[in-house]
Design a protein around this ligand. Structure first.
Ligand SMILES: C[S@@+](CC[C@H](N)C(=O)[O-])C[C@H]1O[C@@H](n2cnc3c(N)ncnc32)[C@H](O)[C@@H]1O
Length: 246
């Protein structure tokens, strides 16, 4: 299992743990102490061999996304949260996603729609394998991961409560997936650069999506000294609602 050690300084370490003691620069953490996290499913205070203090917990989704393995450029949890709100995700929904990439958005959507599910397509074997590991780390089970090119997939008409697209061929993907979206539901497309937005909006209009809006993800993080750190991943969400059959 994955374990998160939060040091009293606020620094965190995420490790794979199989029962052994863990060496850190703050001293040794006994495996028997970490075992209490597994048994109780609660945060456990731990003192190291050097008298330093940690809180040991099972990592939360945010930890898995920010500290876990990454391949393709991920969407961070705050952006995926915005996408989830734009698509109005709620319990029980079934979401179509492509591509899975580092499975960061997948993890967030899976939580939002539980006990519904996310059906996610990833064409690249490396990312597909990485995403499988990520889902296992987060102990998320309501994701159907397909190692398949979206454009080769057979998608049932009117079968998804939401569609989320984060891949290079956004316009073609809108055209491919629109009929799989239930009428009245939302599709959301991530565009990493502004130059791509117009093409996606046009494709949505052509496919008779309505209520189209563009959200600029120009979020900034502020460090607590008051200085601005750089922007987070920039980009845009283009979101539209299916009006009728096409
Ligand atoms: C930028 S990443 C997605 C990141 C993801 N949203 C996340 O939060 O981790 C784009 C992914 O789409 C995959 N991809 C591109 N075209 C695809 C297609 N036609 N079908 C399935 N996956 C595709 C790529 O292999 C890549 O892993």
């Amino acid at each position: 299992m994955k374990i998160l050690l939060i040091h009293s300084s606020g620094k965190t370490l995420m490790r794979d743990w199989r029962g052994e003691d863990i060496q850190t620069s703050w001293g040794e953490v006994l495996g028997s102490e970490i075992g209490k996290v597994k048994e109780s499913n609660k945060a456990v205070p731990i003192t190291t061999s050097k008298g330093e203090h940690f809180l040991a917990i099972k990592p939360l989704l945010r930890d898995i996304i920010q500290k876990g393995e990454r391949g393709a450029r991920p969407l961070y949890e705050y952006d995926a949260g915005i996408a989830g709100a734009l698509m109005s995700l709620q319990n029980g929904m079934v979401v179509l996603e492509a591509g899975t990439g580092s499975a960061c958005a997948t993890l967030m959507f899976a939580q939002m729609v539980h006990p519904g599910k996310v059906i996610s397509f990833e064409k690249d074997e490396r990312f597909y394998e990485l995403a499988k590991r990520k889902l296992a780390d987060a102990v998320v089970t309501n994701v159907e991961l397909h190692h398949e090119n979206l454009f080769m997939a057979a998608l049932e008409e009117n079968s998804f409560d939401a569609v989320f697209l984060d891949l290079l061929e956004e316009v073609e993907a809108v055209k491919k997936t629109v009929s799989a979206l239930k009428p009245g539901r939302f599709m959301c497309v991530y565009c990493p650069v502004e130059a791509k937005v117009d093409g996606v909006v046009e494709a949505m209009k052509e496919k008779r999506l309505v209520d189209i809006e563009v959200v600029d993800l120009n979020l900034k993080r502020h460090v607590i000294t008051g200085e601005k750190s750089g922007p987070c991943f920039p980009g845009f969400f283009v979101c539209g609602r299916r009006f009728k059959s096409v």
